[in-house]
Design a protein. Structure first.
Lengths: 613, 82
């Protein structure tokens, strides 16, 4: 028995490769990693017209075989048969953007030279036609020596024809590779073929030119950018109110139902107060996280993200970075992990390292539950005029503090430990495209699933562990349970260190488990107060009310500032280790962020105390 | 009219006449080659970013690319009549 044939999908970035891959494989996709690198390996099963199965692998977009990023290196290594964990493809599917043949043909020619049986998908022919470009596909096929099929991946056009052609390709023999051509030679041959096969004058897409007149306008561009960012953060809070209410009601109902079903005792407390209230305190932030991701996915899918990087380049340059660093940093507002992984597109190693080191300073969505609960508890819900709420203003301030902190840290790092040559900024600006619902929904679903897995996995595990550690040994009469228990004694040790910056015993207890995930700070406090409560009513009361009653304002403010800077997330450290190939930089990151958090929280506490707050 | 790309007036079509690959450094040179920069390719300055009109958005062939003025300075272009 032979393994089913494998076809690798290759092409330039922005050729519509992933859209075609999605249409060919449907939902039957597997996402994994190549060994040793954090480059995603996307593969899927596809059935040919006659029922034969084929494995399709979607390789990262590349501009040429002369790779300049880890992503491109994977693509190169797979087609050269040098990639660990991947067999040599039986055939290749090359995806070309019909509106940008000059550029896409260069990589296609390089790959075709390798001798694989090849099918060429001439994608986005509808856009080319709308721009008045006609492409002679017979001519193109003759020049390339491979069948050329017109496709419009997002509208499912040409899919069956591609399958038929692949059916022939996978049983064809691989030819000897042609001797390597020099780059300029390939470049010029690509241009000659493109101009011979294309008729039409249009040089850039008309709609893109029109939109860019506004988006990149020196005056309107920045205004639009700020408006979009403002809308994004406004939406995170405004649109999430109703669904968060639903989750809270659902959680209340579940708590009630469980309390009725389980006999009174330790187990009931654990389930109702520990699990349902604790994990629920985190799950309630799912709508906010999804709205944030929705905006980021839309900005990427439409092509606006690169324009934002273009507008921000000058500002980033002041911090010794470039527009390249902007995209990972914006993603870090959702989560530093995809943010750090997105730094792979930054070619300069020093700039990439700097971006990784400052990414955790961007206010990720895991901080939202912490900020939300503390602000709700200690900041009065009044307006400061013009209908702007004080609570929202404080939240905004924390975001700004993170950004300013990141840029200053970047500037200092670039002048000390990550010193390097001045930066360049060279980046393709893809044409604007209307976003398609399906990929956005798939993206959102993946984020939601990852978050719920986190809540159901690590957050639940840490909550149970903390519940057990804070419940035993049982304190004798007259002693506080949260101080007598194992967790309480550990917290007393930590308290010695954090007392000078205004943190109390409860906070000390919450700090350690929140290393697993920042949101656990909220569940931990919930646990502490539930266990310490005198009666059932007090145990059930919201963690925010407990904080309002027990913490001083300087302590609460110091706690907020601590969370702006502290590297409270082990997964981020783990990703940083993987991406920097060692412990040196993640440990450095841990050290400098903790130092920063300690100093900033301490300063906040003492200034607030001196001010008589 | 022969000028460097950063001096080319906006929306004036030109052809790349020469690129000073040596002064670009290996990484940037590779990047520019990969985005289609080569002698003989059509080029046009489209937009300048706010605050000092740097970086530039330029058309190279049929593609739009962002590039800082410092790198655009290494590219000599010859303006063409439309």
């Amino acid at each position: 028995m032979t393994a089913i044939p494998m076809v690798a999908v290759v092409g330039n970035p922005n050729a519509g490769k992933s859209a075609l891959f999605n249409m060919l494989t449907g939902a039957r996709q597997k996402v994994g990693n190549y060994p040793g690198v954090t480059v995603e390996r996307k593969s899927g099963r596809m059935a040919l017209g006659d029922g034969r199965p084929v494995e399709l692998v979607d390789l990262p977009g590349a501009y040429s075989l002369d790779a300049s990023s880890p992503d491109e290196a994977v693509t190169r290594d797979v087609v050269l048969g040098r990639q660990e964990g991947e067999r040599l493809p039986d055939a290749l599917l090359i995806v070309l953007d019909a509106t940008n043949l000059d550029n896409h043909l260069r990589f296609a020619l390089q790959v075709i030279g390798l001798g694989f049986p090849t099918v060429v998908a001439l994608n986005m022919v509808d856009l080319a036609r709308r721009d008045g470009l006609t492409i002679d596909k017979e001519r193109l096929a003759a020049e390339l020596g491979a069948p050329v099929i017109e496709t419009v991946a997002v509208r499912r056009r040409g899919i069956d024809e591609v399958k038929d052609a692949l059916g022939l390709a996978v049983v064809a023999e691989r030819q000897a590779a042609r001797p390597e051509e020099d780059f300029t030679g390939v470049q010029r041959r690509a241009r000659a073929i493109a101009s011979a096969a294309t008729t039409g004058q249009t040089l850039t897409r008309r709609s893109t030119v029109a939109i860019d007149k506004v988006v990149l306008n020196p005056v309107l561009g920045p205004i639009l950018f700020i408006a979009l960012m403002f809308l994004m953060f406004q939406a995170v809070f405004a649109w999430s109110e109703a669904p968060m209410g639903w989750i809270e009601s659902g959680q209340e109902w579940l708590g009630q139902a469980s309390a009725n079903a389980i006999p009174e005792g330790f187990f009931r407390d654990l389930v109702v107060q520990g699990l349902i209230a604790g994990v629920g305190a985190v799950v309630v932030f799912l709508p906010q996280i999804l709205i944030l991701f929705l905006f980021i996915l839309l900005l990427e899918a439409t092509g606006y993200m690169v324009r934002a990087a273009f507008l921000m380049d000058k500002l980033m340059a002041k911090a010794g970075l470039s527009g390249h660093a902007f995209i990972p940093l914006l993603s870090s507002f959702a989560c530093a992990i995809p943010g750090i992984m997105a730094t792979r597109t930054i070619e300069d190693p020093k700039q990439r390292l700097t971006t990784i080191l400052i990414a955790p300073l961007m206010t990720c969505s895991a901080r939202l539950p912490v900020y939300g609960v503390i602000i709700g508890a200690v900041i009065p819900a009044r307006t400061v005029g013009l209908g702007i709420g004080l609570q929202g203003l404080v939240m905004f301030g924390l975001y700004i503090l993170g950004i300013v902190g990141a840029l200053l840290a970047g500037l200092i790092l670039r002048n000390t430990v990550t010193k390097g040559a001045s930066q360049s900024f060279i980046m393709e600006m893809p044409k604007y495209q209307a976003p398609h619902l399906r990929p956005i929904l798939i993206g959102l679903w993946q984020r939601a699933w990852a978050f719920l897995k986190r809540a159901g996995g690590i957050i639940m595990a840490v909550t149970i562990a903390l519940w057990l550690l804070s419940s035993y040994p049982v304190a004798p009469e007259g002693q506080k349970q949260t101080e007598y228990s194992i967790a309480g004694r550990i917290a007393s040790g930590i308290e010695v260190v954090v007392r000078p910056i205004g943190f109390n015993h409860d906070i000390a207890l919450a700090l350690l488990p929140s290393m697993a995930a920042r949101e656990v700070a909220v569940t931990s406090l919930q646990t502490v107060y539930a266990i310490d409560a005198e009666d059932e009513d007090a145990a059930a009361s919201a963690v925010g009310d407990q904080i309002a009653a027990r913490w001083s304002l300087p302590t609460a403010l110091a706690f907020l500032i601590w969370f702006v800077f502290a590297p409270q997330c082990l997964s981020t450290i783990a990703v940083a280790r993987r991406e920097t190939n060692g412990w040196k930089w993640p440990l450095f990151m841990l050290g400098y962020l903790f130092a920063l958090a300690y100093v900033a929280a301490g300063a906040t506490y003492w200034i607030a105390t001196a001010a008589g707050l | 009219m022969r000028v460097t790309l950063d001096q080319l007036p906006y929306h004036k079509p030109a052809i790349v006449a020469a690129i000073d690959w040596e002064s670009l450094g290996e990484t940037d040179a590779k990047r520019l080659r990969n985005l289609g920069f080569d002698e003989g390719v059509g080029v046009e300055a489209l937009h300048g970013a706010p605050f000092g009109r740097d970086p530039l958005a330029v058309r190279i062939g049929r593609m739009q690319v962002a590039i800082r003025r410092a790198q655009a300075r290494t590219i000599m272009v010859e303006a063409t009549a439309r």
